[in-house]
Design a protein around this ligand. Structure first.
Ligand code: PLP
Length: 391
């Protein structure tokens, strides 16, 4: 009856079952997997956000595959503020970055063809690719303490098969928080050019860098030596995932870029998924970027600094992180990360993701969201420390 693309076991896993049980028994779980900013106690200017939706022009239905010019100009304005020139005609609006991925997989890959993805990285790739019939070929990010994460180019070269159509770069990556460096982008461009691959760049967390760093690639929207698609959206930039606005900026060699834009028009025209009120609100919402981002950066930095202090002389090692909303802890390997995560949930009412959730290639890592309020974060981390010191 059903397609083979939905190949997953849809039964709740051990974690989900235990969480349900605990909640039924009235436990208060300290959730260090929380990545929903609307539940993390930030101060949203609700009146301004909701007020922007009530604009008369939104009563007109103007189907446009790239999205309304007024909204695409706002996206171009966002890049202009960051020092990058973007042509609004090369912007396609989507309902989310996840939808943007699905458009790009449709654009670039036939059934059974492949895209290269970083490992460790964001777990949704597996689902996004499988739903489009696309295969994933991992390339590795390699960690050296305390310098941080670098692309292992041997593994990139090995992952480029004849079926490969694109390389995905996530900068900064989730959950490693590592930014792509200019020298890495140069090498990726050379590999893409040699093997006729497109570069798909996910920059959803790029406004959340902790320090300035000249060696970093700020945004790849100006990358035109190979066909390049840069994605981002309001779910992270404005911490408004519920408003559903993302985009793709297309760049590349003349001719190829125009052809890609036209083909994306065709895909986007089939769905026309972004609502008029949201598009008309984009300009007003983007004005809230600085206050929203500074609240989030304060929270995330505060939690990270505290975590660095308390883990310094402990059995837990905090991996270097350059930006984003997550931190990675390496736990002693007398238990697997699944055992650590289960023990924390079962005995301490603390929920943290085990590293394998993000395809860490070895044991034993725990991934913590840095978004929770400081008091919740500190209590949860103190319980993790106590567990690790006890066991
Ligand atoms: C790296 C990365 N890309 C994309 C997304 C999805 O964003 P959106 O809500 O725009 O689909 C996420 C969500 O957590 C993410 O971590």
């Amino acid at each position: 009856m059903f397609s083979k693309r939905l190949k997953w076991n849809l039964e709740p896993n051990r974690f989900a079952r235990l969480i349900e049980e605990k909640k039924r028994a009235g436990a208060r779980i300290l959730d260090l997997t929380e990545s929903n900013p609307t539940r993390a106690g930030f101060d949203y200017p609700a009146e301004e956000i909701l007020g922007a939706l009530a604009q008369t022009p939104a009563m007109l239905y103007e189907p446009a595959p790239r999205g309304l010019l007024v909204a695409r100009e706002s996206v171009a304005g966002y890049y202009a503020e960051r020092g990058f020139n973007v042509d609004p005609d090369c912007v396609h609006l989507t309902a989310s970055t996840s939808e943007a991925y699905s458009y790009l997989f449709k654009l670039l890959a036939d059934q059974g063809q492949s895209v290269l993805v970083p490992q460790p990285s964001y777990p949704l790739f597996e689902f996004l690719a499988a739903l489009e019939g696309v295969e994933l070929r991992p390339y590795e990010l390699h960690y050296v303490h305390p310098a941080g994460w670098r692309i292992d180019f041997d593994t990139v070269e090995k992952a480029v098969a004849s079926s490969a159509r694109a390389i995905i770069l996530v900068s900064p990556n989730n959950p490693t928080g590592s930014f792509a460096k200019l020298r890495e982008v140069e090498r990726l461009n050379a590999i893409c050019a040699k093997h006729n691959l497109a570069l798909i760049v996910d920059e959803v967390f790029s406004d959340y860098g902790f320090e300035e760093d000249e060696s970093r690639a700020g945004s790849l929207v100006s990358n035109d030596s190979v066909l390049t698609f840069v994605m981002s959206g309001f779910s992270k930039i404005l911490a408004l995932p519920q408003m559903k606005l993302g985009w793709i900026v297309t760049n590349g060699p003349p001719g190829l870029r125009e052809e890609a834009v036209e083909r994306l028009d065709f895909i986007a025209d089939t769905f026309l998924s972004v609502s008029a009120p949201v598009q008309h609100s984009a300009r007003a919402w983007l004005r809230l970027r600085q206050p929203m981002q500074s609240q989030i950066l304060d929270r995330v930095r505060g939690n990270l600094n505290w975590l660095a202090d308390v883990t310094e002389e402990s059995p837990l090692r905090l991996l270097s992180v350059e930006g984003g909303w997550y931190a990675t802890l390496e736990a002693p390997r007398q238990f697997t990360e699944e055992e650590w995560a289960m023990a924390l949930l079962e005995k301490d009412d603390v929920l943290a993701h085990p590293g394998y959730f993000f395809d860490f290639p070895r044991e034993a890592f725990l991934i913590l969201s840095l978004l929770p309020r400081a008091e919740i974060f500190r209590e949860a981390v103190s319980r993790i420390l106590a567990r690790v010191e006890r066991d």
